[in-house]
Design a protein. Structure first.
Length: 246
């Protein structure tokens, strides 16, 4: 889940630096991008039903970007217990699909950062609203979403991130989506480095034919460890040539 949600924040197109982005927001995003894939962590996910009651046990996974790509994710618990071999195979297929979806445009690439505007200030935080580029997503109506980012003014680092719908919309022709909201809180893992996402709460509600549907999920990260990214294992590079990047 973190790969999908955090890539919304971290997988930023480098072109944003050349646009007329508010200076404070630009600095915070650049700091976050520079720190990408330098942390191993344990991810715990709890799902809730439409009434807010726990739906099954927790899923616990470990991510380590210093390992080869096919070994970076490990399933530790499924539904609150040790996974069976069958569950682990099913989980691995889902994880592979998640990784492939990273090839699609990230939110960083479809955010219209040139139109970012300051909307609020409180307790040393500056909140920016960033619209998405209309028609930029093939799966969702980007014009129905907005991004809010809170930046700590003193340190120029991101402290909160929220993606939310601005209006309801139809999906797959039959489902009406009334609300989607994804909120990420950041916290300091090590004072030497920029704050990292420590908790994401995602929720949604809508209708499928005559039935109300919805639910939420809480994802937290613990046991952080600073590591060297696997893609940085080659110390020598020639000019602009990057390994596997040509």
């Amino acid at each position: 889940m973190r790969i999908l949600l955090v890539s919304l924040i971290l997988s930023l197109n480098s072109a944003f630096a050349a646009a007329a982005v508010p200076a404070l927001l630009e600095e915070a995003l650049q700091k976050l991008q520079a720190d990408e894939n330098h942390w191993a962590y344990t991810q715990t996910t709890q799902v809730y039903d439409r009434k807010g009651e726990v739906d099954g046990g927790v899923t616990v996974e470990r991510f380590d970007p210093s390992l080869p790509y096919d070994q970076q994710w490990t399933l530790l618990q499924q539904d609150g217990r040790e996974p069976t071999a069958r569950e682990e195979r099913s989980w691995r297929k889902r994880k592979d699909r998640e990784m492939k979806r990273r090839e699609e445009k990230s939110l960083g690439e479809i955010m219209d950062l040139e139109r970012a505007r300051e909307v609020e200030r409180y307790a040393g935080q500056v909140v920016f609203e960033v619209p998405l580029q209309p028609g930029a997503s093939r799966r969702l109506p980007a014009e129905k979403f907005a991004v809010l980012m809170a930046v700590d003014e003193a340190s120029a680092t991101l402290s909160e991130f929220m993606l939310k719908t601005t209006d309801s919309f139809r999906a797959l022709g039959v489902a009406k989506v009334d609300r989607i909201e994804i909120k990420a809180d950041f916290a300091t893992v090590d004072p030497q480095y920029v704050p990292q996402p420590r908790r994401i709460f995602a929720s949604g509600a809508g209708r499928l034919l005559f039935f109300r549907v919805g639910g939420s999920a809480e994802i937290t990260w613990t046991d952080f460890k600073r590591v060297k990214p696997y893609e940085d294992r080659f110390e020598v590079q020639i000019g602009e040539l990057k390994v596997f990047g040509f």
